[in-house]
Design a protein around this ligand. Sequence first.
Ligand SMILES: [Zn+2]
Length: 452
Amino acid sequence: MLYWNVVVATNTSFKNLFTGFSETVSQIPDFRTLEKKIKYTVHEIYSSAFAMMYFQDPSLNHFQKRMKEATNQSNLGTMFKVENIPQQKRMRTFIDRIEPKYLYPAFPDIVRRLDKAKLLDQFQFKGRFLCPMDGTQFFHTKHEGTGCKHCLTKKHRNGTVSYSHSVVVPMIVHPEQKQVLPLISEEIRNEDGKKKQDCEINASKRLIPKLKENYPGYRLVILGDGLYAKQTLIDLITENEYDFMLTVSPDYNVGFLEEVERRRGAGRVQNIEINKKGKEYHYEWASSIAFKKTGETIDANYIGLTITDSKTGAITYKNTWVTNLELAEEDIIDLVAAARSRWKVENEGFNILKNHDYELEHNYGHGAENLAFNFFQLTLLAHLYHQAHELGDKQYQKLREIKETKKNFWDSIRAAIRNILFFEWEDLLKYLLNPPEVTYDPVSGTLVANSS
Ligand SMILES: [Zn+2]
C-alpha cells in the first residue's frame, strides 16, 4: 500500500492540472501510421517535453532515463505518466510535425480550474479581466540556411539573412497582482506562398476570435500599445464583445487627440490633480470623441495621465489612452492604473520567460515546421502552471519563500528529482520543506535515519 500517498486533490493540485494536459494531448493526431513499431506514445512524447519546460531542465530526460534504468521507475513516470522516456531526437521530430492549435485547449483548462477554485476573483476589474496583448521575439538565428518553413526573415545590408520567430500573447493581469496568466498565443509566422511577411497586427487579428472561442463567457478589456489603436482592430475587439483601453499617440491618432486639444481649450476636459510623494498626478478625461477624423468611426473616450516632479516641474511620465469603458470621476484613478498594468506582460511575463528561468531564447530546437513554436507554447504553459501554483499551492508558496530566489527554488527541486523518486509533485514539495535527517551508510550503501 502506498501509505505516503495521501495528497488531497484540489482543483489546482498538480494532479488535477495535469489531467487537463493529458486530455489535450490525447486529441493530437498520430501521423505515424506507417511506422512498424511505435515506441513512444504521443502522450509520452508531449509529457516529457512539457516536463523539461516545467522543471526548466534540458537534461531532465537524460537523468530520468538513468534513474529508470537503475530502478525501473522515474519521476517522469510517477508525475508525468511517461513510462518510456523518448529519445530527444524522436521527441523533436514528432513535435515538429504537429499543428500548434492542438495545444490551445491546455491553457483555458488551467484558467477555468483557477476560476472554479475562486483564484481568479482577485484579478477581477469591474466585472471583467484586464488583458494586455503584446508581441515578443522568442527565437533568433543568423546561421545561413537554417530557416524553417515559418521563419520571419530579415535581409541585412551585407547580404546576410537572419531568421526569427515572434508571437503575440494575451495575458490576464491586475494592477495589484504579481502573477500574470497567459491565455493562449498566436505566432507571427510566414505561410507558404505569401510574399509579405506576417506582422503583429495581423497575428492579433487572428488571435482575438480565437480568444473568444477558447474563453467563452469571459469579459476581457484588451489593453494594447499604439500599434493597436486602429479602427479595424477596435472594430474586431468590439465585434467580439470585448472592451478596450489602448495607448494613443500624436503620430497615429491625430484626429482624436486634436479633438481632445480643442475641448481642453474650451474647458470641456475634466481633470483631477493629486499630490503623492513629491509628485503631481494630473488625470484628465473626456467622453464621446470621434476616434477618427474622417470615414466610418466610433465615438470613444479619452483618458490621460501626466506626472510631474513637484520641485522641478519636469514631466516624469505622460500617457494617453482611448477606451470604450464609461468614465466616471470616481473610477478614473483605477482606470489609469488598469491601463498602466499593461507593462506587466513585459516585466512579469516576457522578461521572466526570457531572462530568468525558462531561457526562452535558449534554443531547445528549431525544427523544420512547428517545433520552435510548439516548444514556446509548452514553455508558456509551464509558466501558467507555476503561476497557478503561486496562487493556489500552499506548499509551493512556503518553499518559494524559504528559498528566497527562484533560482534556489528550482535548483533544489532539480537536485532532488535527479536522485529521489517521488510519487506526487506535492510529496516533492513536502520533502523539500522538511528534508529528513539522514546519513549515508557506506557498508550497506543506503541512507539511514539519524538517531536523536
Ligand atoms: Zn523558423
